[in-house]
Design a protein. Structure first.
Length: 279
């Protein structure tokens, strides 16, 4: 049988200041990793694997199981490779977030002016009421050049009538996504990567595309359903559906760190002025 008390005494005797530093670094790295994975499917898989490994380790040490001990000692390299393969999308998102915000999570400039968000919210609400399908991408810290390149350049200031026109059924760009950076519509008719997740049957290609983009970038995607007239919001690899006007405002306030309650709506802009800027 395994002698816990003897090994514990040896461990305490060999404890040094460098051991404290070592524990703090490893503990901090694990805590940061768990924060990044919190709320994702990877977290559930990781939790199950951790429980299985802890039980196997305890059984092997308590009952001195030679074969199981050998497997646990020699399977470390394989386990690391398996984790990288299984969680490759989550690891990529975590590294991308580290590159955007740094180790201490300092956010870079992701602001959209409150009056621009008000215009976007009003347009999305109207599109939903009219049962018009739409896919509105709001860029934050991660650049979306690869998405913009496959679309049609617009480069006009955000305007309600312009957004509604771009998604009007029958227009050449109505099936694609519109990409907005700060206060400008950069491109329309853009193709987004589809999510590979299993989704409810009520969600169509627009929802899968909106969710797919947020799995690989920090963009926020607003989706309107032409069948049900519902609004959905995708961000950080998650889809919230349906959302009402109040929920939409709260989510956007949080994601873009603005206060929409104290803003005055801008003067209305005509479709002619929006289109003239795009030309």
């Amino acid at each position: 049988m395994f002698d816990f008390s003897g090994e514990f005494i040896d461990l305490v005797a060999s404890f040094q200041i460098s051991s404290v530093v070592d524990i703090l670094i490893v503990g901090g790295a694990l805590y940061w990793l768990l924060l990044l994975l919190r709320g994702t499917a990877a977290m559930s898989v990781l939790r199950g694997a951790a429980v299985l490994l802890v039980v196997a380790f305890l059984l092997a040490r308590i009952f001195d199981l030679v074969v199981l001990n050998w497997l646990l000692r020699n399977a470390l390299t394989g386990l690391v490779l398996a984790v990288v393969i299984i969680f490759q999308s989550d690891i990529r998102r975590a590294l991308e977030k580290l590159g955007r915000t740094g180790v201490w999570g300092l956010a870079s400039n992701r602001r959209i002016e409150p009056h621009v968000l008000e215009l976007i919210i009003s347009s999305v609400l109207k599109l939903a009421r009219d049962n018009v399908g739409a896919l509105v991408v709001l860029e934050r810290d991660t650049g979306l050049a690869d998405v913009i390149e496959v679309g049609i350049s617009v480069n006009a200031r955000v305007g309600g009538e312009l957004l509604e026109t771009l998604f009007f059924p029958g227009t050449p760009m109505h099936d694609g996504a519109v990409v907005i950076q700060r206060g400008r519509i950069l491109a329309a008719g853009c193709t987004l990567p589809l999510s590979s997740r299993v989704m409810a049957s009520r969600f169509g290609t627009r929802h899968r595309a909106g969710l797919g983009l947020t799995e690989t970038t920090d963009a926020v995607v607003l989706i309107t359903s032409e069948e049900r007239g519902e609004i959905s919001l995708a961000a950080n690899g998650r889809l919230v559906s349906p959302v009402n006007e109040r929920q939409l405002r709260v989510q956007l306030e949080t994601l873009f760190e603005v206060d929409l309650q104290e803003t005055d709506p801008p003067e209305p802009r005509s479709i002619n002025s929006d289109l003239s800027e795009a030309l």
